[in-house]
Ligand binder design. Sequence first.
Ligand SMILES: O=C(O)C[C@@H](O)[C@H](O)C(=O)CO
Length: 272
Amino acid sequence: MSHLLRKPENNKLADGVTLVHEVTEKNSNLHYVGFKVVDLEPNSSYNEMLTNLELCVVALTGKITVTDGYQSFSDIGTRESVFERKPTDSVYVSHNKKITITANTKARVALCFAPSDKELPTKLIKAADNGVEHRGKYNNKRQVHNILPDSDPSANSLLVVEVFTETANWSSYPPHKHDQDNLPNESFLEESYYHEMDPPQGFVFQRVYTEDRSLDETMAVENANVVLVPKGYHPVGVPDGYASYYLNVMAGPERIWKFHNEKDHEWIIDRD
Ligand SMILES: O=C(O)C[C@@H](O)[C@H](O)C(=O)CO
């Protein structure tokens, strides 16, 4: 299996608390992006001490209450399945805080981390605050929910976005990359993909490859898998009959999403 593909670990931490994924600097080749997925049964809680990291808590499914010790956001989250295709609520928390997430219903929660050295206010990012975009045409159609885009100064380095790709369509396509710290032309951002499929027995294909092909991995990605993109192009292809959801976390030295399309495939965008 590719070193970029992570299957659910399903590590039971306590009664009602399961760590589905844990991507950290220690167990991956990522230095900016950290990512966890936690499943919570009703009334169970998960704690996290944020030392040098900022965090965006995304209520993927179910209802949760998030507190940073000072402020509390109760009963947030808007959906029972990500495939309801509506935005959800999230909470941004700066470093040096201890957060507690308590489930009001059965819930799946994503924790998106990035390095931080400037304290910023804790903030509820309401579903209604997500910028919703419809991108692409022909078989390149996807719906994007911008949770923490680079136009929103609420975070130090975190960028968070969720993407729905229709059946038999492609996204993160034409292939683009952001692996050069060379602004204003391109930014360096690592990225993680947390994938789900509808119906859940589906799979998608994701290729991660660099310009010189020294990295070139094509992965069959199943429900609840995570793909790590330390660098390179990272397109996703969705087979007929299945819809795709993914949550992206990006972070790097500068909080700007400036990508470079692979020249050979840029014509895809320019079709009438
Ligand atoms: O528009 C899309 O297809 C989504 C991608 O932009 C995705 O969020 C990504 O690859 C970000 O670099």
